[in-house]
Design a protein around this ligand. Structure first.
Ligand SMILES: Cc1ncc(COP(=O)(O)O)c(C=O)c1O
Length: 478
């Protein structure tokens, strides 16, 4: 985002000046810019020149007008730094051995003394706490009694399933009520689905890098992970995937096509269609993790693989952990032709997910505030990612590369080849900053010079100081 003109025109010079102040963090993404009058006062320029400067900034995609309110700094999601390079790797099935590092990372994530840039969690203030409490309070004693004093239906609360089914219109091809299983978070959905599609010793395709907890599940189910090179902007490499499934017997693919964690891309629609078609021809099930599907930064909710599936081979998994409450642990799956198997596994594992939690989410969805809440949440996350990315661009050394997420809440940062992300993580930990070392997103030992920074918390001076500290740690390692 470099100022694009060094023109003789006054309005262009003012636009350049304002743009560099945005880049320097004086005006932050989502913040209101000074009014025309105020700028006229400050600069001594005419109101027409100031107005032209704003029109120029709008053309450059740096500010946006809001009706009757003035100009606001537009979140910058691309053009900040170059994207990380796509990795070249030879896909080979690997036994997974996650070490204890994952546990210390989880411990840091929950520690309130740490600067929270590690876990992909949304700040509680961005979630509808009061409305959820109201939903709990408004349950009658009779309803409470019914929910606390008996088992819920094994595959989920009827009202919750109806509410989820309404949200799934356009995201799944047919009626989903019979197929749906309510789970305890998305991770249980993924775990049950992976169990349902195969057995110990199987090979499971994942993106490279992938969400580390997938690797842990694969390890605990005694399966092998087959990592496929993944483009940071468009997702898994289909040509390499095709070659890999020809060479290896693959039991399933476990993918995050929408707002991948950690890469943040949305797989283009045509690529999604080609993926579903290719795996369909080979009868390979795809477990689609759509946990971030509602956290899009564009104009429309992304399409799902599930909506393109005619053969019942896509097992769709999601939850409300990033949109309503991670603590309620309410998720769901639509396991296609594997529904009976998943239902049986669900009964074997927990009989049913907690009734009260399901009722609370159902009531919240029914009261109709969800869409409004999601709009606010998306705007906040977009601004948080933009402010974090701009701060990385300001403070990290030259050569740093970052993703331009199209949704979700993480930034994937490629550091100089000589920098060990694990050491950055350890040094940051000493300074009570929680981040995520890239190396745990793979079984291959790759991504040593990568870190993931989560943007679930609003931008603040503390965050800026945290980024400066991280940049200092990184610079000392070059
Ligand atoms: C891709 C992905 N899947 C699953 C989960 C876990 O979801 P839940 O908390 O609903 O179990 C996360 C959490 O960050 C995630 O990023």
């Amino acid at each position: 985002m470099a100022p694009s003109s060094v023109s003789g025109f006054r309005y262009a010079r003012l636009a350049d000046d304002l743009e560099s102040r945005i880049r320097d963090g004086v005006y932050r993404s989502g913040e209101k810019m000074p009014s025309l009058r105020k700028l006229r006062h400050q600069t001594g320029l005419s109101i027409t020149t100031v107005y032209q400067a704003y029109i120029e900034l709008e053309k450059r995609g740096v500010v946006e007008p809001r009706q009757k309110s003035g100009y606001y700094v537009k979140p910058q999601l691309s053009r900040i730094l170059p994207p990380p390079e796509a990795q070249k790797l030879r896909p080979v099935p690997k036994k997974v051995t996650m070490d204890t590092l994952a546990y210390s990372i989880v411990a840091d994530m929950g520690n309130p003394d740490f600067l929270p840039m590690g876990g992909t969690v949304v700040m509680p203030e961005l979630l509808p706490f009061k409305q959820l409490v109201r939903c709990i309070r408004s349950e009658s004693m009779e309803a409470m009694k019914r929910s606390l004093m008996r088992y819920e239906k094994p595959y989920g609360n009827d009202e919750l399933k109806r509410q989820i089914a309404k949200r799934m219109v356009g995201q799944a091809r047919q009626d989903v009520l019979d197929e749906m299983v309510v789970t305890t978070g998305c991770i249980e959905a993924v775990s049950l689905c992976l169990q349902a599609v195969g057995a110990a010793g199987d090979t499971v395709v994942v993106e490279s890098p992938t969400y580390p907890w997938f690797l842990q599940i694969i390890e605990d189910q005694n399966k092998f992970a087959l990592e496929i090179p993944t483009d940071p902007q468009t997702g898994i490499d289909l040509a390499q995937l095709e070659r890999a499934v020809q060479k290896n017997t693959v039991a399933a693919c476990l993918l995050v096509p929408n707002f991948h964690n950690p890469l943040g891309y949305e797989m283009p629609v045509e690529k999604k269609k080609a993926l579903v078609e290719m795996m369909g021809r080979k009868h390979i099930p795809i477990i689609e993790d759509n946990i971030h599907g509602e956290l899009y930064f564009g104009n429309a909710r992304p399409t799902t693989l599930k909506s393109m599936d005619r053969r019942g081979l896509v097992l769709h998994c999601a939850s409300f952990s990033k949109t309503l409450s991670p603590g309620l642990r309410v998720g769901w799956t639509l396991p296609g032709r594997f529904a009976d198997r998943v239902k049986r596994l669900k009964m074997n594992s927990t009989v049913a997910s907690p009734t009260l939690n399901q009722q609370v989410v159902a009531r919240f969805l029914k009261t109709g505030g969800f869409e409004r809440h999601l709009r606010r949440l998306r705007t906040a996350l977009k601004n948080q990612i933009s402010n974090t990315a701009l701060a990385i661009a300001r403070h990290f050394p030259d050569g740093t590369r970052i993703t331009a997420p199209q949704g979700g809440l993480s930034l994937w940062v490629e550091l100089d080849k000589g920098v060990d992300g694990l050491k950055v993580f350890q040094e940051a930990r000493k300074r009570r900053i929680s981040i995520f070392p890239g190396i745990i997103c793979s079984t291959t030992g790759r991504y040593r010079n990568y870190i993931r920074i989560s943007c679930g918390y609003p931008w603040s001076e503390k965050m800026e100081t945290g980024i400066v500290t991280l940049a200092t740690i990184v610079k000392q390692m070059i």
